[in-house]
Design a protein around this ligand. Structure first.
Ligand SMILES: [Zn+2]
Length: 415
């Protein structure tokens, strides 16, 4: 029997889960390990049990349902995303990836397909970073240390309380590492959270890389002076340097580093009065690109512009790193696999980068990984107005199903 996904079953699941933590309008609030997240986990466990399958949970609280292969020594193909949301988020971010994966698993089970690998669908803990971003996937790949936990948002007590709600602990979290030599790879479907697919009228966006992020505190130092009596040519106005940099950085990134992005998200002036020339400006600089080499070049260019801006206005400049996330290129063979899967499902596709973080960026370090996007209305996400049309939700499951079948055919060819 040819397996096919059941769009009505998928839509019914998406509808049901949206009742847990529903906010005004169309929104959802299920911060990781909160009481509402626990309810969503219980709901998922019930759906799995109802379908006659079993749910398991690892030390990080990652929930899994597995369709077992009868092949001896079978490895595992992992499909996943997350059921937690940001405080006033939407119904599809993460949820679509878990439930479309589960729909694929059910479709294969219903059609009694024998796969050459186990198929595991996973709900990763705290992708959104209520306590720490990509917490569950970091733990699963063994990239989580006791020092990381010490720096957790809200503190250790909050973490222990949350893990306690799902019957786990910080110690179990630190020991949740898996052996990824036993995995075939990782697939993740997600809403785009941007407008590129919508604008191009394309069904599927195949992610080639999840961007790296670098951030800096920049402090321009000048001299406070009377804003009336100090002649303009004699001023050391810290804001002149800072504002010059902002405009230069914008032009430079638009001209030389597309599709890279730069942002100055916070700016503080000292002393901060109508009648005083600004003596100091501190600002938060962040920039992103998916290519590690280009990200490095962006850093050189932006920090050079900052130094030049300081020099031009006779200012001092202090540069302090505020964090670094490496770009996560997706596996090229898996990217091509999704393109073939989309074609088989009769869907148009294009390649793009992901400018937001996802669990796939962790998995990419340990197993061949890829993620793909379906369009969401006006690119709106992390907002109650987030909306993914039923046909786009179904496309996510269709492409996942074709990808699983393609991988099964491929591994059947192996000697
Ligand atoms: Zn997400």
């Amino acid at each position: 029997m040819t397996p096919g996904i059941n769009p009505e079953r998928l839509m019914a699941m998406l509808e049901q889960q949206a009742a847990i933590g529903a906010t005004e309008g169309f929104g959802l609030a299920r911060p990781a390990l909160s009481e509402l997240d626990v309810q969503a986990r219980r709901w998922f466990a019930d759906r799995v049990r109802e379908s006659g399958l079993e749910l398991s949970m690892d030390g990080a609280g990652n929930q899994s349902v597995t369709l077992f292969s009868e092949k001896p020594d079978a490895k595992t193909l992992l499909i996943g995303s997350h059921l937690d949301t940001v405080p006033n988020g939407g119904r599809y971010d993460g949820v679509l990836g878990v439930l479309s994966g589960f729909e694929v698993l059910l479709a294969l089970r219903d059609a009694q397909i024998q796969l050459p690998f186990h198929l595991e669908v996973i709900n990763f803990t705290d992708e959104e970073g209520t306590l720490r971003g990509v917490l569950g996937s970091s733990a699963a790949i063994g990239h989580l240390s006791a020092e990381d936990l010490a720096a957790i948002r809200g503190g250790m007590a909050e973490l222990e309380a949350g893990l306690g709600r799902i019957g786990s602990s910080a110690d179990a979290l630190l020991h949740a590492r898996r052996d990824f030599s036993r995995y075939v790879g990782y697939l993740e479907a997600h809403i785009e959270q941007g407008t590129r697919l919508e604008t191009a009228h394309v069904d599927i966006g195949v992610v080639t890389s999840i961007v790296g992020v670098r951030s800096y505190w920049l402090t321009f130092g000048g001299e406070a002076a009377h804003a009336g009596t100090r002649p303009m040519p004699d001023r050391k106005d810290a804001l002149w340097g800072a504002s010059h940099l902002i405009q230069q950085a914008r032009e430079h990134v638009l001209l030389n580093f597309q599709p890279g992005v730069v942002n100055f998200g916070r700016i503080a002036l000292e002393p901060g009065a109508f009648n005083i020339v600004p003596a100091q400006v501190q600002m938060a600089l962040e920039f992103r690109h998916g290519d590690p080499v280009i990200l490095e070049a962006m850093e050189d260019a932006l920090l050079t512009l900052a130094r030049q801006s300081a020099e031009m206005f006779g200012l001092t400049l202090e540069i302090r790193s505020a964090g670094l996330i490496a770009p996560a290129p997706m596996d090229l063979a898996m990217v091509e696999l999704i393109e073939v899967a989309a074609k088989r499902a009769d869907l148009s596709h294009m390649r793009l980068m992901s400018f937001a973080g996802h669990d796939a960026q962790m998995l990419a370090r340990v197993t061949p990984s890829v993620m793909f996007f379906v369009p969401c209305l006006d690119g709106v996400s992390h907002n109650p107005a987030e909306y993914c049309a039923p046909e786009d939700c179904a496309h996510a499951a269709q492409v996942l199903l074709e990808a699983v079948l393609l991988l099964a055919e491929k591994s059947g060819d192996e000697p």
